[in-house]
Design a binder for this molecule. Structure first.
Ligand code: ADP
Ligand code: MG
Length: 334
């Protein structure tokens, strides 16, 4: 079992325990694998089935490795007519690439592949290889017209950084239209906390301890929010040089982001935004990320740094409770 799968399993188990289960509420629960991770859905007063079906449908459309998918086809032919949801995700992701000035860049795939993060055959690319691949990374050259997406001949696209958040948004739409009373949906590190938790004011969503991902440093209490965490501890490998390399890439250098952050958690009304920003702020590093948050305040965040700091927005600090045994003092910036 890989470290990532172990971490996700423990995350799911802990979320299950935290979400609790009150008497007298019909609960529909499903656990399954999709989007290269484990997912667990708990829906109160409604069914989890159609949410699972929608997530599996999105997974089939968005996979970079499934030859039947929209994204695989697009990466091969460089121009393709895609499903409505793929086109919508592409438009939304490109907006977020612009909004983060390219810290999020959906064309980073060739470099992600070169490091082996897709195949699992990890390697450190040579500076020369990275330099030549960097020329193909530029989200501004991707065009979406109606349902047609077009890429330059050397480019490849990947929505790995936004797909789970987007899936969470679709799931929330389904929860709303089905009339479910509440739900906690864990899409492998991206969690939708919807509606009423039976017998409680809010859902508690844990923030993993990057040093021991089976444990939480604390919890965010919230409802009707989507919380995404990007961590350097997920999908990483140790090179022969003894350094750890993680799967979040700085699109400007082609190197794994290494700005002194261990994890970034983003809390907002939109899953796509939370997912995109958890990745983008991780690339920016604490200082730039705090500046960015000041300039557009439609989200809350908690950033854990390698030197032991926990930096949070005022809103996140208000809803944060440290876990037992963790003496966490949040530094607030807003
Ligand atoms: P996770 O998949 O662990 O939830 P993220 O949401 O941070 O993590 O997404 C990371 C994935 O997105 C990587 O596996 C890679 O495919 C892709 N990616 C890595 N760096 C970037 C980046 N700077 N911009 C866009 N996508 C990225
Ligand atoms: Mg992300």
């Amino acid at each position: 079992m890989t470290r990532r799968i172990k971490a996700l399993l423990s995350l799911l188990l802990c979320t299950a325990a935290l979400s609790g289960c009150s008497a007298n509420q019909p609960k529909s629960s499903l656990s399954f694998q999709a989007m290269d991770t484990f997912m667990k859905l708990d829906v109160y007063g409604g069914s989890a089935d159609e949410i699972k079906d929608e997530i599996l449908r999105l997974d089939k459309l968005l996979s970079v490795t499934d030859p039947q998918s929209d994204i695989y086809t697009l990466n091969q032919s460089k121009s393709a007519e895609v499903d409505d949801v793929t086109a919508e995700l592409a438009r939304r992701s490109l907006e977020l690439c612009r909004a983060t000035d390219g810290a999020l860049d959906v064309t980073v795939l060739p470099v992600v592949e070169e490091w082996g993060f897709i195949s699992g055959e990890y390697k450190i690319p040579s500076a020369q290889t990275l330099n030549s691949l960097l020329g193909s990374i530029d989200y501004t050259k991707v065009s979406v017209t109606g349902n047609t997406i077009t890429l330059p001949s050397d480019a490849k696209i990947d929505f790995g950084a936004t797909a789970k958040g987007f899936a969470a948004d679709r799931a929330v739409e389904l929860l709303k239209s089905s009339g479910a009373t509440g739900a906690i949906l864990n899409l492998g590190g991206t969690v939708a906390a919807y509606g009423q938790k039976p017998g409680s004011d809010g859902w508690r969503v844990g923030i993993a301890d990057p040093e021991n991902t089976a444990a939480y440093i604390g919890y965010i209490t919230c409802r009707d929010k989507i919380i995404a965490t990007s961590g350097g501890y997920e999908r990483c490998f140790e090179g022969e040089d003894g350094k750890t390399y993680c799967h979040i890439i700085d699109p400007k250098t082609g190197l794994p982001a290494d700005n002194g952050l261990l994890s970034v958690t983003v809390i907002s009304d939109s899953g796509t935004l939370s997912d995109a920003l958890s990745t983008a702020l991780f690339v920016m590093g604490a200082e730039k990320a705090a500046e960015y948050a000041k300039s557009c305040g439609d989200f809350d965040f908690v950033m854990l740094t390698a030197d032991g700091r926990a930096i949070a927005s005022a809103g996140a600090a208000q809803s944060f409770t440290p876990a037992q045994g963790y003496d966490i003092r949040l530094e607030t910036v807003s």
